[in-house]
Design a protein around this ligand. Structure first.
Ligand code: MN
Length: 240
């Protein structure tokens, strides 16, 4: 019986070439396994540390992973890609060229008769109004349009630098993010969801809340964790 796989926060492109090559190999070996056992795959955001696509240009350096995902989708595996805060600027490359639908907002899905709520996890901190305002600005049509006018060789290094800084900055401050995500998950489970799945925190977690479960998928920078659902139980596993 085929299964449904979940993963998030690979942050491809984050480190130097050597570390990135190691991470890419680790992810590709996982995807080869998934290809054999999956009916569906759900990516919960931040697959890339930086992604901005133009009409005729996509970022360089990810071609092995892109072609792997494309092959998987082509072979009949349904892949859903929910954008995170680092790869929010996806356009039509994934749906049109790879056959992978992209979601810009949290989604609810019924999988094997269970109700799933899928959310990358950003913007749920309890006292981070600054981020919520920044999120609106960065995602506005006008900002995206203006950014797209700049040559890709100029925007990519700037964006990569600022994505590093933002991670160091958020990593050093406590915005009550863990609590905010847990509260959010609790609300959703009380609304009737069986599973609430998130990423973004880079810390794997599986928690029973009432009759439901809140799962945080962890990351592929240090944990290499993923979720697998067989229709009955949801397991949070570590890829070795
Ligand atoms: Mn994130």
């Amino acid at each position: 019986m085929k299964k449904i796989f979940f993963f998030s926060d690979v942050h491809l492109g984050l480190h130097d070439t050597q570390r990135e090559q190691e991470k890419e190999q680790r992810l590709l070996s996982f995807l080869t396994y998934v290809q054999k056992h999956a009916e569906q795959v759900i990516i919960l955001g931040d697959l890339f540390d930086y992604w901005f696509e133009y009409k005729y240009v996509i970022p360089r350096g990810y071609h092995h992973v892109l072609s792997k995902l494309g092959t998987m989708a082509h072979s009949g595996i349904t892949i859903h890609y929910l954008a995170g805060n680092h790869d929010y600027w996806l356009k039509d490359f994934f749906p049109n060229d790879l056959g992978i639908p992209v979601y810009k907002d949290p989604v609810s899905m019924e999988l094997r008769k269970k109700k799933f709520y899928l959310h990358h996890g950003d913007g749920l901190a309890l006292n981070d109004t600054g981020y919520r305002i920044l999120k609106k600005i960065l995602r506005s049509r006008i900002s995206i349009f203006l950014y797209s006018l700049v040559h890709p060789d100029w925007t990519a290094p700037i964006a990569r630098g600022s994505s590093h800084k933002s991670r160091e900055f958020t990593g050093n401050k406590d915005y009550g993010e863990t609590d905010g995500m847990l509260l959010f998950a609790t609300d959703k489970i009380n609304e009737g969801y069986d599973f609430v799945i998130m990423g973004h925190r880079h810390t794997p977690l599986k928690k029973k809340i009432g009759k439901g479960r809140y799962i945080n998928l962890g990351d592929w920078i240090t944990h290499s964790t993923y979720g697998v659902f067989d229709g009955k139980k949801f397991e949070l596993k570590k890829w070795k």
